[in-house]
Design a protein around this ligand. Structure first.
Ligand SMILES: Cc1ncc(COP(=O)(O)O)c(C=O)c1O
Length: 368
């Protein structure tokens, strides 16, 4: 049985009338950038997250980059982030001319290791970027306590955690800013690039509004040097429709995760678990296997497509060779790089498909 890694075509077929109508309305209005559709989506998403404000931007990377600038990161100041994340988390900091300080991740939740965060806080530390990786919220309680104690900013990377809850509240409402990506394959994905920043801080929001639109405070006056990082109206219209389905889709993902766990019990691999105080949204269902290339090949032969998120931590990419960090400094992140394997995970996945993946995986890894 063929099991694709992602199936956005089926999702579109299920909501086609709503999506087509929403896109047609934008085209007919000829209001493509900014305007009421964007504002409506921003309001709906802020309410969904339990945040006071939301501002749509061009991508998840832009969301983090602009949030850091809007919150006042100065060149050379340090920002602590996990070594095991997508490169964009680090790029946003270095593009803002901040200095990245990496910490290892917890081997159960794949989110930042709190002991290491505390150890790396110094006099030049400006802030912390917890990444809610794979859809599992980082341990925000202690992170916020540390930030409060040391006067640090907290910018949540929510690119993989739309709707996930920590102690009953949704990610994106805890820090000074919450940064979302709407890349098409995300739990809430646009039909192109898109992103958004949530915040409760009006001063920061005002600065963000300047930064994302050429530093402009009126048609003619440019207050500061800014960027062109606005969310367009077609994306906002698509996202507004899809937001109404998000909780249902996340619920389906959780049910799939339970089935995976049940069907993989006893197999020679590590399956993901959610901490008791979170509601995981399984953006990715990531197992850990030995001899990954062989397992991937074996699954492929049985029609099962997989992904790797990510095959190495931030410090081992040539792009950050200048940091001078060597192999061995972040052992959990480095082991993740060798062993993680993302299985097909999307709301539309069928039970028979999950069973086929598990059977193929058991065959490839053997029993424990
Ligand atoms: C953890 C994480 N941070 C940031 C981003 C950047 O988002 P975008 O691709 O929308 O720029 C992504 C997207 O893949 C991500 O997974």
């Amino acid at each position: 049985m063929d099991v694709p890694f992602l199936d956005l075509k089926t999702q579109y077929q299920q909501i086609k009338p709503e999506i087509d109508r929403a896109i047609a309305e934008v085209v007919e209005s000829a209001r493509f950038v900014g305007g009421e559709r964007v504002e409506r989506f921003e309001r709906a998403f802020a309410d969904y997250c339990g945040s006071s404000h939301a501002l749509g931007v061009g991508s998840g990377t832009a969301a983090i980059h602009l949030a850091l600038l809007a919150l006042g990161l100065e060149p050379g100041q340090e920002v602590i982030l996990p070594a095991h994340t997508f490169m964009a988390t680090a790029e946003a900091v270095t593009h803002a001319r901040g200095k990245i300080v990496l910490v290892d991740v917890d081997p159960k939740t794949y989110t930042m290791d709190l002991g290491e965060v505390e150890a790396k806080i110094g006099k030049n530390t400006w802030g912390i970027i917890p990444v809610h990786l794979y859809g599992h919220p980082a341990n925000m309680g202690p992170i916020l306590e540390l930030a409060e104690k040391h006067g640090l900013k907290v910018v949540e990377d929510c690119a993989q955690s739309h709707g996930a809850r920590y102690r009953g509240r949704r990610t994106g409402c805890f820090g000074h800013a919450g940064c979302f990506s709407f890349y098409p394959g995300k739990n809430l994905g646009a039909y192109g690039d898109g992103g958004l920043v949530t915040t409760n801080d009006e001063t920061m929001l005002a600065r963000l509004r300047l930064l994302y639109n050429h530093g402009r405070n009126s048609k003619s006056q440019h207050e500061i040097e800014g960027f062109n990082e606005r969310l367009d109206a077609i994306q906002a219209a698509v996202l507004e429709v899809k937001l109404r389905h998000l909780d249902g889709w996340n619920e389906a993902r959780r049910a799939h995760a339970d089935r995976y766990r049940q069907k993989l019990a006893g197999a020679s691999l590590v399956v993901p678990e959610a901490s008791p105080d979170v509601e995981h949204i399984y953006h990715l269902f990531v197992v850990r296997v030995q001899d990954r290339p062989r397992v991937v090949e074996s699954l492929k032969k049985r029609g099962v497509s997989t992904g790797v998120h990510y095959d190495r931590p931030v410090h081992l990419h040539p792009a950050y060779g200048y940091l001078g960090l060597s192999q061995g400094q972040y052992p959990v992140s480095e082991a993740c790089g060798r062993e993680v394997l993302s299985l097909p995970m999307y709301a539309e996945l069928g039970d028979a498909q999950i069973d086929a993946v598990c059977e193929a995986l058991r065959e490839a890894t053997g029993e424990r």
